[in-house]
Design a protein around this ligand. Structure first.
Ligand code: ZN
Length: 506
């Protein structure tokens, strides 16, 4: 690369890093709002965040970025592969923030705020028709956004690609159809054999001891507390930056496994962030690929690793030491079954890892019909309930437990749900790949050593940044295209033996 190009590239990196730093300030304010904010300080915080959003928008729409991109694009053949990745991704993101007229962006923000409040209120009152006009506007805005960005009549493809670059409706539909075919009979088989967890199994687990256990577990898994922390918030999340990861959890004395597994889930997200290449932060080389890949990391640690026998072989003694009185009468097998309990539920966020995917298949079906115009918003509840009966196997008795349960659509986040299921498929596929490549991996877990797994994920996934989109990354790491076969195999191997009736038992 000639020196003027090299100067342009360096200048672009400087601009990107500045925009990134501004964005992380807003992130810390957002984290603080959910973790620390005194009740009467919300107004000032809203103003602070609005100013930061404005600064962030200015930094990422800086016209100099456009000029630099043009110079670099004109000399594309002289760019190194990494430089090409940076230019390509920056163009994509830059267009997305600059091609939307300011009036549209403001209107979308206003509508999202109004729709969120309407959703919270209508969910409480089981009032879908009160919420419907807000949802209709969100759907229209999502379609308008796609059109403004040149996706024309492929609005749902745009919504999917926004969360998982390179994915399309057709690709997801094919993956999900294959998954559904294998999953429906498998779920029926597992559910028929599974024994429900006794309702009073876990009572009175002191929060302080839960905190100690959670910290020990997440530290052992490999979360680096020198550049991250975990606090308490109403809804668990993982935010911050790779050198300052902010995770949250919540505690319930009667549901210790909930906070444990949700924290491990967030830890998976956090370790992905911590594994990104620090010198490249703020550039596409130091950024996560998309939602599906992110979710594959959280789910792999949460499910394949932390619900395994090997994991509990190591951690159960410590668990019993901390909660001796509470768990005295619970034997190891009962504990392990509670950790891997399967029970269909109407509520997605409460679903176990076996039935969870059914909730996503339902939402994907609904979103496709909405975007194709085959389904009107006012007819949503009837269609939701019918599909829920067909796919999840349960019909909601009201809309609060049905179509009104998720916050996503109120914020215009269409095309987001498929990422969860893509993450599950990818996690299972990575799992069988790493088991093949690192013999004896699970015996590491039984000794409390997770470093070989984390090292593998660091090299194969985290350090890659955005060099490959979701499908290309899966192909590269596992040697084959993304497929639901691995998830089905994993669910079969983990759950069928667990709930198979002991031989010779009448
Ligand atoms: Zn997640």
């Amino acid at each position: 690369m000639v020196s003027s190009l090299s100067t342009a590239y360096d200048r672009l990196l400087t601009k990107l890093k500045r925009a990134y730093v501004v964005e992380t300030v807003g992130g810390v304010l957002g984290w603080d709002e959910q973790v620390n904010l005194p009740p009467e300080s919300a107004e000032l915080r809203a103003e602070q965040m609005a100013v930061m959003a404005e600064l962030s928008h200015q930094a990422s729409t800086d016209p100099e970025i456009e000029a630099l991109l043009r110079d670099l694009e004109a000399a594309r053949s002289q760019l190194s592969p990494d430089q090409e990745v940076v230019v390509r991704w920056t163009r994509r993101e830059y267009d997305r923030v600059t091609k939307l007229p300011a009036a549209f962006v403001a209107e979308r923000a206003r509508q999202s705020s109004a729709a969120y409040h309407a959703w919270a209120e209508c969910r409480k009152k089981n009032d879908f028709s009160g919420y419907a006009p807000f949802l209709e506007r969100q759907l229209a805005l999502a379609q308008e956004e796609a059109a403004l960005l040149g996706w024309g009549d492929r609005a749902y493809d745009y919504a999917i690609d926004k969360h998982d670059p390179g994915m399309t409706t057709a690709i997801v539909a094919a993956l999900f159809a294959e998954l559904k075919e294998g999953l429906l009979p498998l779920v029926r088989q597992i559910v028929a054999a599974a024994t429900p967890t006794p309702p009073d199994l876990f009572r009175g687990f002191p929060v302080e001891a839960q905190r100690v256990f959670l910290r020990e577990v997440t530290e052992k898994l490999g979360f680096d507390y020198r550049r991250g922390r975990i606090d308490v918030s109403l809804h668990p999340f993982c935010g911050g930056a790779p050198t300052d990861v902010r995770m949250t959890t919540r505690f319930n004395e009667d549901a210790p496994l909930d906070s444990l597994f949700s924290s491990i889930h967030e830890t998976g997200h956090g370790m992905y962030e911590q594994g990104l290449a620090i010198p490249d932060l703020g550039t596409p080389l130091g950024q996560s690929v998309g939602m599906g890949v992110h979710e594959s990391q959280s789910r792999l640690w949460e499910n394949q690793v932390s619900r395994s026998r090997a994991f509990w072989a190591y951690f159960e003694p410590r668990f019993r030491e901390l909660f001796a009185a509470q768990i005295e009468s619970v034997d190891s097998e009962t504990l392990y079954r509670a950790i891997n309990a399967v029970e269909p539920t109407l509520i997605r966020v409460e679903a176990d890892e076996v039935t969870y995917n059914l909730h996503i298949l339902l939402r994907f079906e609904i979103e496709q019909r909405l975007f194709k115009g085959e389904l009107a918003v006012r007819d949503l509840p009837a269609t939701w309930n019918a599909l829920s009966g067909e796919i999840v196997g349960l019909v909601p008795p009201n809309d609060t437990l049905g179509v009104l349960q998720d916050v996503h659509w109120s914020g215009g986040a269409f095309g987001y749900f498929p990422s969860y299921c893509i993450g599950n498929m990818m996690a299972a596929q990575l799992w069988y790949t790493v088991l093949r490549e690192i013999p004896g991996l699970e015996s590491d877990f039984a000794r409390g050593d997770f470093s070989r797994l984390l090292g593998w994920l660091r090299t194969k996934i985290h350090r890659e940044g955005r060099r490959h989109d979701t499908l290309a990354l899966v192909q590269r790491v596992t040697g084959e295209p993304l497929s639901p076969r691995h998830l089905l195999r994993y669910l079969r191997e983990r759950y069928l033996p667990l709930y198979a009736k002991p031989a010779g038992n009448a």
